[in-house]
Design a protein around this ligand. Structure first.
Ligand code: ATP
Ligand code: TPS
Ligand code: MG
Ligand code: MG
Ligand code: MG
Length: 325
């Protein structure tokens, strides 16, 4: 395989955004930024055996997820994703067609969001595959959904359902099995491998006066902790309100742990004023986008996040996925 041939083969022949002045092919990409918007830039990396295993992930799955997790960060700012750059460290055993398949996985999502690949980097490595994706997006000036925007008396919400990705991972790693019943374990596996970034909900949030927003990569508790810390408030959530798939509790007794601390759901969680919540809820319902109230924001106390159950009220630690613990 030749590095330059490869770059040539993965270079898109058509583009969605005419604001690109120079795409792949020079020292860097150039695009003309619009007036009245703020540019959003984020980057996340996926590492073989840390974020995925080759035993159950196809090259398409890896590419898809590497882009999805970055689009999810743009969604969590209330923005529109536009451009992406891909940095690959590829073990020499990978073939050109496998690498191309990774780009096809990314392209599935890029097409959906009209995103253009505008650059990247390719190196070889003797060890594991490392995929780093940078996404550039935009949001109308002053409308970004920052973690620091929560206020006491806000409603706390979450989109979709949580815990399904952790359930899928557990099935893939054969930590959970459920031979007795016949429900679709593939559903959970797919939630893990192919998360759907919540760009539409993020956009609706950016229309509201003030929304604090985070995407769920490390786990609901951890994401809410970040909002509470950044906004100097306390967040109280109700265990009975957490949206989970009806089959989740049947899969493993750990299901509540998965919902609170599992991570990689790439749903959005945030806070919004009571008045704006009514509007957001109606708009989401009209567009059939699932969103649910799970708690409320309180004045700052010594607990950043509190979980109410039928029996007790307890402090939730910033427990979730942590690379160095
Ligand atoms: N190595 C680094 N150097 C500089 N800034 C970093 C580094 N790692 C993270 N950051 C910054 O720290 C902040 C939090 O990053 P973090 O990766 O926790 O958020 P995230 O991408 O939403 O979460 P996740 O990586 O779990 O998806 C971001 O502003 C990010 O740009
Ligand atoms: C093989 C394997 N083992 C464990 C996990 C779970 N996992 C890895 S990183 C992460 C948090 C988000 O990542 P980051 O903080 O890097 O964005 C989680 C929940 C996995 N996906 N695959
Ligand atoms: Mg990150
Ligand atoms: Mg994030
Ligand atoms: Mg992220």
């Amino acid at each position: 395989m030749d590095e330059f041939d490869l770059i040539n083969r993965i270079t898109p022949r058509t583009i969605h955004h005419s604001s690109i002045d120079v795409g792949i092919g020079d020292d860097a990409a150039l695009y003309t930024a619009k007036n009245g918007v703020q540019e959003i830039v984020c980057v996340d990396t996926m590492v073989e055996d840390v974020h995925f295993k080759l035993s159950y992930s196809s090259p398409e799955d890896i590419g898809y997820k590497a882009l999805a997790i970055n689009i999810s960060d743009i969604a969590a700012m209330g923005g529109i994703p536009k451009f992406y750059l891909v940095s690959l460290a590829v073990p020499s055993k990978w073939t050109e067609s496998e690498i191309k398949a990774m780009y096809e996985g990314m392209n599935e999502l890029a097409k959906l969001y009209c995103m253009d690949l505008i650059g990247g980097d390719t190196v070889s490595t003797s060890d594991k595959l490392v995929v780093t994706v940078t996404v550039i997006g935009e949001v109308e000036k002053g409308r970004a959904c920052l973690r620091s925007l929560a206020k006491p008396n806000d409603i706390v919400f979450v989109t979709g359902e949580i815990g399904s990705s952790a359930a899928g991972l557990s099935l893939l790693l054969k930590e959970s099995s459920h031979p007795e019943t016949s429900f679709e374990t593939d559903y959970f596996i797919n939630r893990h491998k192919r998360p759907h970034p919540r760009v539409s909900v993020g956009r609706l949030c950016s229309n509201a006066q003030r929304v604090a927003l985070n995407d769920i990569s490390d786990g609901l508790a951890s994401e809410l902790y970040e909002i509470a810390e950044s906004s100097s408030v306390s967040i109280e959530i109700d265990e009975n309100l957490l949206p989970v798939h009806p089959d989740l509790p049947k899969l493993n007794s750990k299901w509540k742990e998965w919902a609170l601390f599992g991570g990689e759901d790439f749903e959005l969680t945030g806070t919004i004023s009571k008045e704006d919540w009514e509007v957001l809820q109606q708009e989401c319902s009209r567009l059939q986008l699932p969103i649910k109230k799970i708690g409320c924001v309180r004045k700052k106390t010594e607990s950043n996040v509190v979980l109410k159950t039928n029996e007790e009220t307890m402090t939730l630690e910033k427990k979730g996925y942590n690379h160095f613990k």
